[in-house]
Design a protein around this ligand. Structure first.
Ligand SMILES: Nc1[nH]c(=O)nc2c1ncn2[C@H]1C[C@H](O)[C@@H](COP(=O)(O)OP(=O)(O)OP(=O)(O)O)O1
Length: 169
């Protein structure tokens, strides 16, 4: 495994309709993770907090806003031969304003909790997304090969205490 010398901070936001047991996912139309369903999100910019970045990405990619985002997970992803890891801050909300609309990056679609398209998502999602849907918090690390698909190493745990604010490398 290559040595990790730095990390990029990213956000990942899930809109839930808890009473109808549905989750809003977006089909990523371009860039990293192209062709996969995922939550909305992206890079945290220099002049904003992680939470501000999460609100901005949700609005830019799905055209919805929310008064509340709950931090539910912290994930670290590494890729073989890439010294920079991705630190992904995962949020959820059950409240939103506006109607989800297709953006340049994402095509939004609602899925029932029992029909989440894990086959068309990042490999790791099938493990931690169910934890989020059970209203629990998680922390995990997944090391991928350069192909961004094959897993070399994985660690995941559900936590009851508060999430750490960042991943100490
Ligand atoms: N293994 C993984 N599992 C997962 O569920 N989400 C992941 C993931 N690795 C990255 N992500 C998420 C985090 C973030 O929301 C998104 C990648 O960020 P971006 O959409 O900003 O990437 P792009 O390279 O398309 O950025 P731009 O070119 O700036 O639009 O993918």
């Amino acid at each position: 495994m290559s040595t990790i010398t730095g990390k990029k901070q990213l956000t990942l936001i899930f809109v839930l309709d808890e009473s109808n047991k549905k989750i809003l996912l977006g089909m990523k139309k371009r860039g990293f993770g192209h062709g996969k369903f995922n939550g909305f999100g992206g890079k945290v910019e220099k002049d904003e907090t992680i939470l501000e970045g999460a609100h901005r990405e949700l609005e830019e990619e799905a055209f919805v806003t929310t008064p509340e985002l709950h931090r539910v997970g912290l994930l670290l992803f590494t890729f073989e031969n890439d010294p920079k890891a991705l630190e992904v801050h995962v949020f959820k909300t059950n409240t939103y304003n506006g109607e989800p609309k297709e953006s340049e990056e994402m095509r939004p679609e609602w899925f029932s909790y029992d029909a989440i398209p894990y086959d068309t998502m990042w490999y790791d999602d099938q493990y931690w997304l169910p934890i989020m849907l059970q209203d629990k918090h998680f922390i995990g690390r997944f090391d991928f090969k350069e192909d961004q698909t094959t897993i070399i190493n994985e660690e995941l745990k559900t936590i009851d205490t508060e999430l750490p604010s960042e991943w100490e490398l």
